[in-house]
Write a protein that binds this ligand. Structure first.
Ligand code: GDP
Length: 444
């Protein structure tokens, strides 16, 4: 598990309390830890250097306020500096141009370009009531155009009809023309990627840009990109001139260092983040949260907000009442499991908690993974109402029927019942203290 930067700096600096101001020497030790934390978070080396220099300047000579420990103070300086560097909150896509507004998506193969194109199109269609046309300019990968067409069909977004044999630039020009004629507000051009940056790719992107005159050029990059992030962002920005960044796979285990690297070398805003494979897994970028994540303080704010969004308040209140009364039956357990699924499953929850990313494997090993959540819900769904309310009546023949119904076996059912008993005991203890509200509340 990661130590948080706060802990590490604490052990170096907290002995200093009351010495007036931080000296060059005090800060040097702290900066070694900051440097290590940033590298562990996958921030590119050259960005780390620049960043620690800046923080050092701010920290040396800073007066130690009595109420605050020096370690906390340095963490605060580092955090604020990270937020400042990561940019402003919620810079969305800019549609302030004559229709059709052209958005060009660029990036390496597998970065999530096609998925993100469709996510953005779906959002502009549903939320902003825009008429959107998508076109795939990837003529190299045979399935690419079809993939976009399918995503478009899923999301209810129009895609440009595929014409075999056309060049990427011709498709781009045709897309813009079709959008003009069809009265579309926005055209999204999903360009071809490569496994690495090369000159033909850059030349193709430059030519598409010339023909389609995009208003936004968004570089889509995997948040797990490590030291390559700088190179990638710099190349695309210098050659094509990007207007913003989209980081995908922010739902993964990574600590988001690529965000800092790419933003630092291009100065371009991170406009959106991808947080999953589904069409609605697209979120605004919040620098404060990513700063917390890089520092290993956990994305608690996100978790709390997400939980607040998806937990049905009434249900929670009813559950709290039941818990206080010492009741927690299998219906309640099924509710809790569904709640966890809504929050993105174990992975989604763990990814947002400090140091929890690493625990995922251990949980999977103990059987508490996303598949087991699905299995457990299936088991409970195969029970009768009476059985759910009173698990004690589940004897051999009933278990056999439930196993058949849920495609599991008696062992899986026994395991679920055991887990339920343990949780019911835990809930009863918590409910007794008047802190009911369910597992999610407990996790926070
Ligand atoms: P492209 O080659 O750049 O067009 O990449 P794709 O859009 O085909 O995406 C590659 C894979 O990454 C697909 O399996 C996507 O479902 C997945 N993907 C894209 N964005 C995200 C994301 O934000 N989170 C996760 N977990 N997976 C993603």
């Amino acid at each position: 598990m990661f130590d948080t930067l706060q802990d590490r700096l604490g052990s170096i600096l907290n002995g200093l309390t009351g010495r007036g101001a931080l000296s060059e020497k005090d800060v040097a030790g702290a900066m070694r830890e900051v440097r290590r934390a940033l590298l562990e978070a996958d921030v590119a080396l050259e960005v780390v250097r620049e960043f620690t220099d800046k923080v050092r300047e701010k920290a040396v000579g800073a007066t130690i306020v009595k109420a605050i420990k020096p370690g906390q103070m340095v963490v605060k300086i580092v955090h604020d500096e990270l937020v400042a560097l990561l940019g402003t909150d919620g810079v969305g896509i800019d549609l302030n141009a004559a229709s059709p507004v052209v958005i060009m998506m660029v990036g390496l193969q597998g970065s999530g370009k096609t998925t993100t194109s469709a996510k953005i199109a779906a959002r502009l269609t549903k939320r902003d009531r825009k008429k959107v046309l998508m076109a795939s300019l990837d003529t190299r990968r045979p399935a690419a155009q079809e993939q976009l067409r399918q995503l478009g069909a899923q999301a209810g977004v129009d895609t440009l009809p595929i014409v075999a044999g056309q060049s990427p630039t011709d498709i781009a020009a045709r897309a813009v023309q079709a959008a003009k004629l069809g009265g579309f507000d926005v055209v999204i051009l999903d360009t071809a990627g490569r496994t690495h940056i090369d000159e033909p790719l850059m030349a193709e992107m430059a030519e598409i840009k010339r023909r389609a005159t995009p208003h936004e050029i968004l570089l889509v990059a995997d948040a797990l990109t490590g030291q390559d992030a700088v190179n990638l962002a710099r190349n695309f920005d210098e050659r094509i001139g990007i207007t913003g960044l989209v980081l995908t796979r922010m739902d993964g285990d990574g600590r988001g260092g690529a965000a800092l690297s790419m933003r630092a070398v291009t100065g371009k805003p991170i406009k959106l983040i991808g947080t999953g494979e589904k069409m609605d897994a697209l979120e605004e970028f919040h620098p404060g949260r990513v700063a917390d994540r890089i520092l290993g303080m956990g994305d608690i704010v996100s978790l709390v907000e997400k939980a607040a969004e998806s937990i049905d308040a009434e249900k929670a209140a009813a559950m709290a009442g039941r818990l206080k009364a010492g009741k927690f039956d299998l219906n309640d357990l099924a509710d809790q499991l569904r709640q966890m699924q809504k929050l993105g499953g174990m992975g989604g929850i763990m990814g947002m908690m400090p140091g929890m990313g690493k625990m995922k494997d251990q949980l999977a090993a103990s059987g508490m993974d996303d598949r087991s959540i699905v299995r457990q819900i299936a088991i409970i769904s195969s029970m009768t109402k009476a059985e759910r309310a009173n698990p004690d009546m589940l004897k051999h023949s009933r278990k056999k029927r439930i196993a058949a119904g849920s495609g599991t076996d008696a062992a899986a059912i026994n395991k679920l019942l055991k887990q339920h008993r343990q949780m019911a005991d835990m809930m009863k203890a918590m409910g007794g203290k008047g802190k009911g509200g369910g597992m999610m509340r407990a996790a926070m």
